[in-house]
Ligand binder design. Structure first.
Ligand code: SF4
Ligand code: FES
Length: 358
């Protein structure tokens, strides 16, 4: 089991596909250091093995080193999911002393112009390259995560080459997932089928070439799928997401679902939330499933797909994921693909409103 500790929604970047909720939580509402320490204690007691410090930008929290040390002392495997733009020599040295096990760096592109444009942070790409080199020089495992979409899909080969040059142990080629700002900017970001097929061919060839040296994870957009992904490894099955203000969520986008009151770690323990809260139990397992999932032989492989996508596309969180060809709403994904293909020169809407970039 994994805990995703979303320490803050603050972030120096403003990517067009940010997966944070549309309504960001204020810094003043964030859990305190002691509250996060208690969450980490409860997570370890519950059997969580890995903690992923995430955000926003987790390095925006001044107590990150403290929290890594605390998690490490509880025997948790610690990972930071970061943009890397604040990962100086001094910051890395402190994290190493605290016992950090792994760092995942996100890249917006393989080349500086596209990367800095998408991230909305001039000079960001060069800082990330420097951060990656520091991580590897320190002997720490590195995952290089590249986010792919219509505007950079032609550079997947260069992304893999960059991951290789940076000596990443794992490369993630992750197509944008269309929730949050990704959904707002879908027409400008959703790749064509030809682009997706190009990416898939490049990834498959690289996997053969790099076998035994570098692991390549590949996440595709659901819009061309015939079967859905097991989102979060199943609802309430493997992950607990704790938001900056302490809401416990089965996935980072769960707050988009109506009819839920998500429990808060300020009021209940993680163990009680995990075992008894409606938020975690409602779509856990297979009992809640509609037809045809109930009798489908994939029901314990994909767990019915993604609840947030069912809501976003089919308008019902309890429906079959529209990524499944057996969903009555499956055609809506093809409609979205056609709409994105017809959209030319669509302005991208950044998280900071009022400054659309072309
Ligand atoms: Fe998965 Fe349900 Fe589709 Fe079967 S019918 S593949 S369980 S989403
Ligand atoms: Fe929420 Fe898939 S993103 S269940």
């Amino acid at each position: 089991m994994g805990l995703i500790a979303e320490l803050t929604h603050r972030c120096p970047l403003q990517c067009f596909y940010c997966s944070n909720p549309l309504e960001l939580e204020r810094a003043s509402a964030e859990l305190s250091t002691d509250e996060w320490r208690a969450v980490l204690d409860q997570a370890a007691a519950l059997g969580v093995l890995q903690v992923h410090f995430s955000g926003g930008e987790p390095m925006a929290r001044a107590d990150l080193v403290d929290l890594v040390a605390h998690a490490s002392a509880r025997g948790l495997y610690t990972n930071i999911i970061t943009s890397g733009v604040q990962l100086t020599d001094a910051a890395l040295a402190q994290l190493l002393d605290a016992g950090i096990d792994h760092i995942q760096l996100s890249f917006q592109d393989a080349e500086v112009e596209g990367a800095d444009f998408i991230g909305g942070y001039r000079g960001g790409h060069d800082k990330k390259l420097a951060a990656a080199r520091r991580i590897r020089e320190a002997g720490l495992p590195l995952t290089a995560n590249f986010v792919v979409h219509k505007q950079n899909a032609e550079r997947v080969e260069a992304m893999i080459a960059l991951g290789e040059a940076l000596q990443a142990e794992r490369i993630e080629i992750a197509h944008v997932q269309y929730y949050g700002w990704g959904l707002v900017n879908r027409n400008a970001l959703l790749p064509s089928l030809a682009q997706l097929e190009h990416c898939t061919a490049v990834v498959e060839a690289a996997r053969v070439r790099l076998k035994g040296r570098i692991i390549i994870d590949y996440v595709v957009p659901d819009y061309y799928a015939r079967r859905p992904k097991a989102c979060m490894g199943g609802w309430g099955n493997r992950f607990i997401n704790v938001s900056p203000a302490g809401k416990a969520l089965p996935c980072h986008a769960a707050e988009t679902l109506p009819g839920f009151t998500f429990p808060n770690v300020r009021d209940e323990t993680l163990g009680d939330i995990w075992q008894h809260s409606d938020a975690f139990v409602r779509y856990r397992g297979t009992d809640w499933m509609p037809d045809p999932c109930r009798s489908c032989d994939r029901r314990e492989l994909d767990w019915g797909g993604c609840r947030c996508q069912a809501l976003a596309i089919a308008g019902d969180a309890a429906a079959v994921d529209p990524a499944c060809a057996m969903s009555p709403a499956h055609h809506l994904l093809a409609d979205a693909v056609a709409e994105a293909a017809a959209a030319v020169d669509v302005p991208l809407v950044p998280r900071r409103m009022g400054s659309a970039r072309r």
